[in-house]
Design a protein around this ligand. Structure first.
Ligand SMILES: [Ca+2]
Ligand SMILES: [Ca+2]
Ligand SMILES: [Ca+2]
Ligand SMILES: [Ca+2]
Length: 253
């Protein structure tokens, strides 16, 4: 899935795509690269320029997760969240900033998160504190908790808990075991218009049998509990699967 992001800070959104190629069929790992086609005006016409490779992440199973201006300098940077799986369990979860400096992208040392808390976390970038610099928000932590990671000097810090979660431990473990990541379809956007990004999620079946739209508003230093802002009707039975427009599938491939 390509992203549109302003990688050169000129105010025009550029096209950003990931690629993975299998160079050696004996090695199951792909080579992950990222490419940009800049939005330009050429001879009076708006167009995307030729595609150029901007990043080679080498052999890996993990594509780039998303974009955000993590250092607040006006151009969009990248981040990557990776899980290590062993059997049915997640044994490691890491988040890595890939900072864009005048078109040169540099992957920095990843930060390892507490796997017991964030092992099935879901990562999305936005500006929940409204200071103009993006953070990574990790949802789906233990008991449904939500954390916010600030970037400094190329590294993300430990997640600050912005919501403690309200699901009982046993319910949480049962749900994760049965369904994997239960509330992952979330987007960050300023839906109450106060300048900081709120979490919007499609969740479960609402009272009227539609799909509930939940919003956890940000107050700049924490998220409120999800409240239902409405529901999407079910035109058919069973209910169709809706996707948020700003889907957060963790990949730009
Ligand atoms: Ca641009
Ligand atoms: Ca930046
Ligand atoms: Ca911010
Ligand atoms: Ca808001």
């Amino acid at each position: 899935m390509p992203y549109l992001a302003d990688v050169d800070g000129d105010g025009r959104h550029d096209l950003l795509v990931g690629s993975r190629t299998l160079e050696d069929t004996d090695d199951e790992r792909f080579t992950i690269t990222v490419h940009v086609a800049r939005s330009v005006e050429r001879e009076g016409e708006d167009t995307f320029a030729e595609v150029e490779q901007v990043l080679d992440l080498g052999r890996s199973e993990h594509p780039v997760t998303g974009v955000g201006d993590f250092d607040g300098d006006g151009d969009d940077d990248l981040f990557r969240a990776t899980n290590t799986l062993r059997g049915n369990g997640v044994t490691q979860v890491r988040v890595e900033a890939i900072i864009n400096d005048d078109g040169t992208f540099t992957a920095h040392e990843p930060t390892e998160l507490d796997v017991d808390v964030w092992g099935v976390g879901w990562f999305v970038a936005g500006d929940p504190d409204g200071d103009g610099q993006d953070e990574v928000v990790v949802t789906n932590g233990r008991r449904g908790s939500i954390g916010v990671l600030e970037q400094a000097d190329g590294a993300f810090g430990e997640p600050a808990e912005w919501w403690a979660g309200s699901v009982g431990e046993k319910d949480w473990e049962r749900t994760v075991f049965r369904e994997g990541a239960p509330w992952f379809r979330q987007a960050l956007s300023d839906v109450d218009g106060d300048g900081d990004d709120d979490l919007v999620a499609l969740a479960r079946v609402a009272d009227d049998n539609g799909i509930a739209v939940g919003v956890a508003t940000s107050d700049g230093s924490g998220f409120a509990e999800y409240e239902e802002w409405g529901s999407l009707p079910c035109a058919t039975d069973p209910c169709p699967a809706y996707e948020l427009v700003a889907n957060v599938e963790p990949s730009i491939l």
